[in-house]
Design a protein around this ligand. Structure first.
Ligand code: HPA
Length: 253
């Protein structure tokens, strides 16, 4: 069996269009997942859904047990992961409410358990991470977005920051000098752990605010972010509904 998982981020704690069959709490050698895995179908495609921040959105980005989450998905028979994430936009194309399918990532997180390969090793293991996101899965997302006329952006460098606070304007300037286009707090170590487990992994990011200092001197309004999240996530839901059956047909995935 080859399952697709959706890891829902802020604003996507459940999938309304999932025909739920059952929920299951999984035990892992790394502790508890963010919550139960929800098994079901979208269209004809078997899907597993996991809310990254917990069902009630109580787990902050630096406290998410990324290892347990990815391990449990692998154990459940998952081979592909679509990671949904709310992000801030740095560069001009990354405007609020835009969907972005990034193709690169830079890790600015720290103090997070970032590998499965550290204890009781037979040999030291390195993974290739040249292309952190799976191109086949990215393309299915982009094709489905085009079909829905969603104007999703193809590419972009995701800056994974530690959080939970947002950035200073100077930090955002530095991230832009580094080549980053968007900022989120959960992209790492999730993407690398998925690669360690040989899961195909792509990110479907929704821009919910201009990053600090990118909308003049204005402070970031959490209320505005929430508004954006609300309207934008409906687009993400529609995209997932079309993408999941398309994955079945796409040979590359
Ligand atoms: N910075 C970091 N993470 C985020 C942001 C941001 O501006 N918006 C949503 N997640």
């Amino acid at each position: 069996m080859s399952l697709t998982a959706i890891i829902g981020g802020t604003g996507l704690t459940q999938l309304d269009n999932l025909q739920l069959t059952h929920k299951e709490m999984m035990n892992t050698p790394f502790g508890d997942t963010s919550g139960p895995l929800s098994f079901g179908k979208i269209g004809n495609q078997d899907v597993v859904f996991l809310a990254r921040h917990g069902g009630h959105h109580t787990i902050p980005p630096h406290r998410v047990n990324y290892r347990a989450n990815l391990w449990a998905l692998k154990e459940a028979g998952v081979s592909r992961v679509i990671a949904v994430a709310a992000v801030g936009g740095i560069t001009r194309e990354m405007s609020p409410e835009r969907i972005v399918i990034p193709d690169q990532i830079i890790d600015y997180t720290h103090s997070r358990a970032q590998t499965f390969f550290e204890d009781d090793l037979d040999f030291v293991t390195h993974i290739d991470f040249t292309h952190p996101y799976d191109q086949g899965l990215r393309q299915v997302l982009l094709d489905s977005a085009a079909e829905l006329s969603l104007d999703a952006f193809d590419g972009g460098v995701y800056a994974a920051t530690q959080g939970p606070r947002l950035e200073s304007a100077a930090e955002v300037n530095r991230l832009e000098r580094d080549g980053c286009d968007l900022i989120g707090m959960t992209g790492m170590p999730e993407a690398a752990l998925a690669r360690e487990l040989e899961l195909r992994y792509a990110c479907c990011a929704l821009v919910v605010n201009w990053a600090a200092g990118r909308a003049g001197q204005e402070e970031i309004s959490i209320a505005e972010m929430e508004k954006c999240l609300h309207s934008g996530m409906q687009k993400v839901r529609n995209l997932l509904e079309l993408t999941l059956p398309a994955i079945q047909l796409a040979r590359a995935t």
